[in-house]
Design a protein around this ligand. Sequence first.
Ligand code: ATP
Length: 295
Amino acid sequence: LLQLFRPLDMLGFVYRTVRQGLIDMAEMFRLIDTAAEVKDTPGAPALVVRRPTVVFDKVRFGYETDREILHGLSFEVPAGNHVAIVGPSGAGKSTIGRLLFRFYDPWQGRILIDGQDIAEVTQSSLREKIGIVPQDSVLFNDTIGYNIAYGRDRANRDKVIEAARAAAILPFIERLPDGFDTEVGERGLKLSGGEKQRIAIARTLVKDPPVLLLDEATSALDSRTEQAILATLRRVSENRTTLAIAHRLSTIADADRILVLEQGRLAEAGTHGQLLQKRGLYAEMWARQQAESEG
Ligand code: ATP
């Protein structure tokens, strides 16, 4: 009987997570692997966020027992600050995002939001408080309105319109013959990368989370669209604690603080200007990317 129950239980977990506003399909498949690992402790309280600080406190973690990826990582994001995480490929940047969303639990150390250990609160309350704008936004085969509101049964049309306006996608939607009732996805209207990204931003705005996790948010776009989306994201992340995982340094040069990760350790931290002065790993990455974009 247990064997029958486990897959069913996981299916329910995945379904609930999707309903709660998870939008990255790749992550969803990863969830199927990890659903059994991460569980609410019985009687766990809900996360209550008044000042959305995010703290990683000596976090050690690996996906496989014999391979540690984060080696006692500590950093703090003050409430309302915009912190970017950069570093070479495989350094562990996306892993930080996955741990914050609690796809996995750390081996050691703690992750705190507003002073509460995220392992000790309900996962639903945690995920309620974190908005994700992922690299590739997946839309459901449904209407634009549903795609913006989804996960929020009670999101009313006014809220959806307001979110679409803030994500700068409202004029586009209003020009469509069926407006918010336009079907998108495989059988419906095909949207560009930038349009999909704006729908994802609007969806996050309906959710109105105090903490934002931007994962490579602009990687699939041409540079004009990228600049426009960045400007939108900047507005959206005002007054929210934002953790941005970035490849291209040009997109995060104005962050309050930049964390440079190297092989699961914090190599450097500071503002763009401070890090350039250090002439270390960041300055080297910056010089390389400048040369590439000029080339
Ligand atoms: P990139 O910039 O290339 O996206 P990253 O800094 O985001 O890299 P992570 O995705 O956090 O790096 O991965 C860190 C390390 O963890 C890598 O060596 C990767 O191979 C490993 N890793 C990531 N996901 C898994 C997984 N699901 N199972 C096992 N190992 C994984």
